[in-house]
Write a protein that binds this ligand. Structure first.
Ligand code: A2P
Length: 352
């Protein structure tokens, strides 16, 4: 256990009394880079930052608060003296190293899917289920990007009216597949504009001027892919609605880093669009972009780089004559609220 008076098992609400040593595993990745930037802007008292990636990246330097930090190769001994460890290097790395980091005394905030459905590990979007953080025992799971973005808008609605059914179609950015996929989309787009052929290596299908069903594996029996299964399970868990009926279709679109979601939500009772708008206006993490006269609604280019989830196109679902269903459209930065920002907000909530 390090000198910080943080003992995850004994006192989950411990207060930092000196600057924390913070580690980022997967620091060179798309989310890792954003974690560094979010930490710079956060209230987490980062005294020393340690960056870890694969051996390939050892020796690279990344900027943090005006200095360059050298990237180290991840080893089992990497967590000695680390107070907070963010993991964003995939589920295999998290399964192996997160328990090591926790046992070394670090508070682990894991961005992978490794622990999200472990009932002993909180899965948290602070705006939606922040109190669940008090139950952590050293590891906290950061949700799937679609679930995180959706729950920012859904939680206040559920608290007010009780959600009974949910239907979502996603328009997911390439950033969700990592930095190499983003680079591939830029190359593929440049090639297409130059009239040159481009063969995808990272994504299974062409990313330029195209869209395709999410690249996660498809269950041959249900026809749902792994992304859809994750969003269903995690949304239920975050909203604490274990049997909520959820239909979903996840699509990759040629957008670099902000996800959009068409959501139809059915409530217990009749709810008007005006009431939904009033409920979401000022809700934590939400910004209304709902200008019917100007035909201006959430767009990924406007969500990119923003902390808030943009919410608009709020209207009565014409497919449900009961008047109990509302349709809306969301855009949120996949790398921020969908990943790095949410993780840093968790750290702020536990350590502030
Ligand atoms: P590296 O850049 O050295 O490969 P993304 O999701 O954007 O693809 O990023 C994945 C992150 O996970 C990168 O920082 C990558 O480092 C890191 N990573 C991949 N494999 C390992 C590994 N075996 N040990 C530590 N970090 C890893």
């Amino acid at each position: 256990m390090n000198a910080l008076t943080h003992s995850p098992a004994a006192d989950p609400n411990a207060v930092a009394i000196r600057p924390a040593t913070v580690a980022i595993v997967g620091a060179t990745g798309a989310v890792g880079i954003e974690l560094i930037k979010c930490l710079e802007a956060s209230t987490v008292p980062t005294g020393r930052l340690r960056l870890f990636a694969s051996r390939r990246s050892a020796g690279k330097c990344l900027p943090f608060r005006g200095s360059m930090v050298v990237v180290e190769s991840l080893e089992e001994a990497s967590f000695d003296g680390v107070d907070i460890a963010f993991f964003s290097a995939g589920a295999t790395i998290s399964r192996r190293y997160a328990p090591i980091a926790r046992d070394a005394g670090a508070l682990v905030i894991d961005n992978s899917s490794a622990f999200r459905m472990d009932p002993d590990i909180p899965l948290v979007v602070p705006e939606a289920n922040g109190p669940a953080l008090s139950r952590h025992a050293g590891i906290i799971a950061n949700p799937n990007c679609v679930a995180a973005i959706a729950c920012v808008a859904l939680a206040p609605l559920h608290q007010r009216w009780s959600i009974r059914r949910l239907s979502m179609v996603t328009y997911q950015a390439i950033s969700g597949a990592g930095a190499s996929a983003m680079a591939e989309m830029e190359e593929a787009t440049a090639a297409a504009l130059a009239g040159e052929a481009h063969t995808p290596r990272v994504m299974p299908h062409p990313t330029a001027f195209n869209l395709f069903s999410h690249n996660a594996d498809v269950d041959p029996e249900t026809g749902y892919n792994g992304e859809e299964d994750k969003v269903i399970a995690e949304t239920r868990r975050i909203l604490d609605l274990p049997r909520l009926p959820i239909g979903i279709t996840c699509i990759r679109v040629p957008v670099l880093r902000a996800h959009s979601i068409a959501v139809t939500v059915r409530f217990d009772d009749h709810v008007t669009p005006a009431a939904v708008r009033a409920c979401l206006d000022g809700a934590p993490g939400v910004r209304l972009v709902d200008d019917r006269a100007g035909n201006h609604f959430p767009m990924p280019v406007e969500a990119t780089g923003q902390d808030d989830v943009l919410v608009g196109r709020i209207r009565t679902d014409s497919g449900d004559p009961s008047g109990r269903s509302i349709a809306m459209f969301l855009s949120g930065d996949q790398l921020l609220k969908g990943a790095a920002l949410n993780a840093v907000q968790i750290a702020e909530a536990v350590w502030a």
